[in-house]
Design a protein around this ligand. Structure first.
Ligand code: RIB
Length: 327
């Protein structure tokens, strides 16, 4: 059984809870302010590790207090940090998060050391990655680096194209096996406006066409996910819970999803467990403290009316040339 290698960012998170966002020139007092571990790559690594995957985190932080603390946290989560580079000349990335009463957020990231993950830094490490590892990346690190290491990897490659940039509409994604955008990211990847009124199913099919039939897992927040695989679409539900904090919900989804595929679960089963895990995480504050335990997700699934068999089970899903996940 393969492990999960995550190429991604770490950011020191600074969260302010606010009623509204400030306007230009305004100083706002927030109700709460706190530091936390963040960054899409690191969040996904912790979620995957907590769901039983052997995780290697490939990333870059500064040689500063935040970078040292990041390394300690990842180690504490049982994650292999032997390929976490500590850069003396760059600061650790910072994510500033404004969180409102509805659990919605607005985030500004300064990438710091994450932006220095150039191919020369990563290539010496990528030679050691076992071919049956699942690779999982996001795009708070340079796209060119991810593209190069993905193109060289013979096992499964999952890309969470977040945050999305308008220039990505020109990318072919032929070096990816599974794309996991949310709806805003998928619209941007299709060259549409971020708020284009296209339906989820139309969007799924548009992205599938644009990527020449790649497997797409379109995450829909409270609505679960829509999967496109080998010409079929499958809808996967989420739990209906009160929303407290949506920060990092996509990260929790991606980490659990990759871990479950590494365990050999089918694409719909892995996506369903990831949806349940992400639903639970948004019902609590924070990202890493909000990641549910495996048992909690299993209990919710056993107690629920939906199960993975109803979602299409494992029949008909296999990736040619890879035996590390039954998708
Ligand atoms: O996806 C949420 C994450 O995005 C936050 O942890 C923040 O640091 C940004 O990277």
């Amino acid at each position: 059984m393969g492990a999960v290698t995550i190429i991604g960012s770490y950011n020191l998170g600074i969260t302010y809870t606010v009623e509204t966002l400030p306007v230009w020139g305004q100083t706002l007092l927030s109700r709460q302010g706190f530091f936390s571990h963040g960054g899409k790559g690191s969040n996904q690594a912790v979620a995957a590790a907590r769901f039983g995957a052997a995780v290697r985190f490939v990333g870059a932080v500064g040689q500063d207090a935040a970078g040292i603390s990041a390394r300690e946290m990842l180690l504490h989560e049982g994650i292999d940090v032997s390929q976490l580079v500590m850069m003396p000349d760059y600061p650790t990335g910072i994510g500033t998060i404004f969180l409102d009463d509805h659990g919605r957020n607005a985030i500004v990231v300064n990438p710091g050391a994450n932006a220095q993950m150039q191919i020369d830094t990563i290539l010496p490490y990528s030679k050691d990655w076992p071919p049956d590892d699942i690779l999982l990346a996001q795009l708070e690190v340079p796209l060119g680096t991810v593209r190069t290491v993905f193109a060289q990897h013979s096992g499964m490659r999952i890309l969470n194209p977040a945050p999305a940039d308008a220039s990505y509409a020109r990318e072919s994604w032929d070096w990816v096996d599974i794309l996991t955008p949310n709806e805003t990211e998928a619209r941007i990847l299709c060259g549409l406006a971020p708020d284009d009124p296209v339906t989820s199913l139309e969007l799924l099919k548009l992205l599938a066409d644009k990527t020449h039939g790649k497997t797409i897992v379109l995450t829909l927040g409270a609505e679960g996910a829509l999967i496109w695989h080998q010409g079929q679409d499958i809808r996967v539900p989420a739990l209906s819970l009160e929303t407290v904090d949506t920060t990092g919900a996509g990260d929790v989804f991606n980490g659990i999803f990759a871990a479950k595929l590494a365990h050999g679960e089918s694409l719909p089963q892995a996506a369903y467990k990831a949806c349940v895990g992400a639903s639970l995480s948004v019902s609590r504050p924070g990202v890493i403290p909000a990641i549910p335990a495996v048992d909690e997700v299993n209990r919710r699934i056993e107690g629920g009316t939906q199960n993975a068999e109803m979602l299409g089970g494992s029949s008909g899903f296999s990736k040619k040339g890879s035996d590390n996940a039954c998708i």
